[in-house]
Design a binder for this molecule. Structure first.
Ligand code: ZN
Length: 290
């Protein structure tokens, strides 16, 4: 297949170091990890700002330090979250760090879902009020603001309806084609999205916007990504592995770069080369690096 593979490594999310100690927290740790992922074949890193003990942060200054330090060490594209530290926060507040830090890519979740985790063995919800609210109005505001800033949106597609909304946004010209997306599959009691199985991913296929206008990367919360990575690679789409989603005890507690290298090797075995950051920019119709 001629189309190259985009690997977007999800370095840390909100995951705390547990069995795996390789999850980066500080700007220096994130920048070093990002450079190692670039060397292993990733063209994008997805990062969340974290305090020195892993605590959540949506500080614009911390995001600015992270983007600066990553760019000092490599040319990898930087993809930040949209501050779901406050799940239903004011839209202008949520996008503030993007305006200050100017990453290459930032998330828009075009729909709403409940992020509460269900503890399967204990048969109880860990929380019962984590509504991740994203009105159409707010999503339009985020898309317009990012276009003005020259930041490429990455759409978080938690269910098929989010993918359908992405298609409507493309039809309305609110997003430039090809749009970029993440499909976050959810394992082990995290029921906000589709199950982390090949069937959970295949359920999206009938709803893909026509004409190859949506380039998506699969990711896998609380579950090993590789069965779904193989499916995404075979379909001509892309992958987003990372310790931010799952710590991989069955693989001997790898680093983020180890996961990237495994995806790159799988792609090469399946006849696809991996895209560099410059190639990824061209594939996604992004502005050239400044
Ligand atoms: Zn994230």
């Amino acid at each position: 297949m001629d189309k190259k593979l985009i690997i977007n490594c999800r370095l840390n999310e909100f995951e705390l170091r547990g069995p795996n100690q390789n999850i980066p927290y500080t700007p220096d740790e994130i920048a070093e990890d990002a450079a190692r992922c670039r060397a292993a074949g990733a063209s994008i890193v997805h990062v969340h700002a974290r305090g020195p003990n892993g605590e959540k942060s949506n500080s614009p200054e911390l995001y600015a330090e992270i983007t600066r330090k990553i760019r000092e060490k490599s040319d990898i594209l930087i993809h930040t979250t949209l501050g779901n530290v406050e799940n239903a926060g004011d839209a202008a507040h949520r996008i503030k760090h993007v305006q200050v830090a100017l990453p290459d890519i930032a998330t828009i979740d075009p729909g709403s879902t409940n992020l509460d985790r269900f503890r399967i063995r204990e048969r109880r919800f860990e929380s019962v009020d984590k509504v991740y609210a994203n009105s159409i109005d707010n999503c339009m505001f985020f898309a317009k603001t990012m276009r003005e800033l020259g930041v490429k949106p990455s759409l978080g597609l938690w269910t098929v309806s989010f993918m359908r909304t992405a298609g409507v946004f493309l039809d309305l010209g609110l997003l430039d084609a090809p749009a970029l997306a993440i499909i976050p599959l959810c394992g082990d009691g995290f029921i906000a999205g589709h199950d982390a199985t090949p069937a959970g991913l295949e359920a999206y296929f009938h709803a893909e916007p026509s004409g190859d206008r949506l380039q998506w990367c699969v990711c896998s919360y609380n579950a090993n990504i590789f069965p779904m990575a193989a499916l995404a690679i075979a379909r001509g789409q892309h992958v987003a592995p990372g310790l931010g989603d799952y710590q991989y005890p069955e693989l001997g507690l790898p680093t983020n770069a180890d996961l990237v290298a495994k995806c790159a090797a799988m792609a090469r075995d399946m006849g696809r080369a991996v895209a560099t950051p410059a190639e990824t920019r061209r594939m996604l119709n992004m502005r050239p690096a400044t």
